[in-house]
Ligand binder design. Structure first.
Ligand SMILES: *Cc1c(COP(=O)(O)O)cnc(C)c1O
Length: 355
């Protein structure tokens, strides 16, 4: 149920950290702006929606989110447009996904008046933090967690919703070496794979650490029943160029996070006349195609890095190599997405939400 939000109170910080920050090439996710948004769910309604100086919050040791994991988040970017304007990329898609995660985790939905309008006002208050440089962005992290102070497994009655902002330089990821995971499992049908919930990331860390110890950057998750069908990589959806077509796993099992970047990639590819198939992809199919010279490119897609190329895919004793210098589809997709996000071409999909 949508509940009309009360007005957003603004308490401005008395001194800005900005003079001590170099925005150009700032590393991802380490520096936060001067303000944050906070709202409380109490007595069945959202209240106390406020923008206030960024800083620590007090949390009781019995906080329910810490113990039982009712915690969800989103990742969104706002981009500098020519002429000094700022636009958030597809925030309504993240808003809808946030509430899908909330329902799965038995948490209250956040109304648009708080999620979208709160984010817009927060960015307006901290607008000087937008890095107006090529390939820079302002990363937006909305999140919600249970805030009951009581031990006992049950859905919390109280929640906190917050938004923080982090200026971000070009998020370059070197071409990745990927290990096809066959021991650990990220998501299973009926589980929480489609929710952006904190526990999914904790559950993935051991497998990723073991792959890293062997020289890989990330794992490519496979299905929980047969370890046969590919799912996704870290915080990225995965795409393959197969015989001139592009294939990506479909979302029907609920085991994959429905990425906004994934949807944007599919859209721009189809507009460019490329055939895109969303379907089950067996790792054996990829291997057979690779040996026949038909699997030519592989990449990950997510908000943080946008597109990350894969240079090596290891499955059992087999290694598939992709020469980063010979890619065609991957750079084309990135170029088209960047042109839209930075306002260099008309926004025909209405993906840009001007602040
Ligand atoms: C966030 C995320 C993605 C990418 O989603 P975007 O909306 O494109 O950023 C993919 N997989 C997982 C597991 C994620 O958490």
């Amino acid at each position: 149920m949508m509940i009309a939000a009360p007005d957003i109170q603004v308490e401005r910080s008395t001194s800005s950290k900005l003079p001590g920050v170099v925005l150009e090439n700032i590393p991802f996710g380490r520096v936060f702006t001067d303000h944050m948004l906070e709202a409380d769910f109490e007595g069945g309604e959202w209240k106390n929606v406020r923008i206030k100086p960024y800083g620590p919050i007090e949390v009781d040791p019995s906080n329910a989110a810490w113990h039982y994991g009712q915690s969800i988040f989103e990742g969104i970017k706002a981009y500098p447009l020519p002429g000094g304007e700022v636009a958030i990329f597809r925030p309504y898609d993240n808003f809808r996904r946030f509430n899908i995660s909330a329902r799965r985790m038995q948490m209250p939905e956040v109304p648009e008046e708080i999620f979208i309008e709160g984010m817009r006002q927060l960015i307006a208050v901290d607008k000087d933090w937008m890095p107006h440089y090529p390939n820079h962005a302002l990363y937006i992290r909305p999140f919600m967690f249970a805030s009951d102070n009581a031990i006992g497994v049950r859905p919390s009655e109280n929640y906190k919703f917050m938004v923080i902002l982090s200026p971000s330089g070009p998020y370059y990821t070197a071409p990745m070496r990927i290990y096809v995971e066959e021991q650990y499992v990220r998501a299973v049908k009926g589980g929480v794979g489609y929710a952006k919930t904190a526990g999914n990331y904790a559950a993935a860390m051991l497998a990723t650490a073991e792959a890293r110890a062997q020289g890989y950057d990330q794992v490519l998750w496979t299905d929980a029943f047969e370890h046969r069908y590919v799912q996704e990589i870290g915080t990225m959806n995965v795409f393959f160029v197969l015989d001139g077509k592009v294939v990506t796993p479909d979302l029907s099992a609920g085991t994959i996070l429905a990425g906004v970047t994934r949807d944007s990639v599919i859209t721009v590819l189809r507009e460019a006349g490329v055939v895109v198939e969303e379907r089950a992809i067996a790792i054996e199919e990829l291997l057979t195609a690779y040996k026949a010279g038909q699997l030519t490119e592989a990449f990950g897609a997510g908000t943080a890095a946008t597109i990350s190329t894969i240079k090596e895919l290891r499955y059992k004793e087999e290694v598939m190599h992709f020469d980063p210098a010979s890619l065609r589809m991957t750079p084309m997709v990135l170029e088209r997405l960047n042109a839209i996000r930075y306002g260099h071409v008309p926004d025909v999909h209405e993906w840009l939400f001007r602040v």
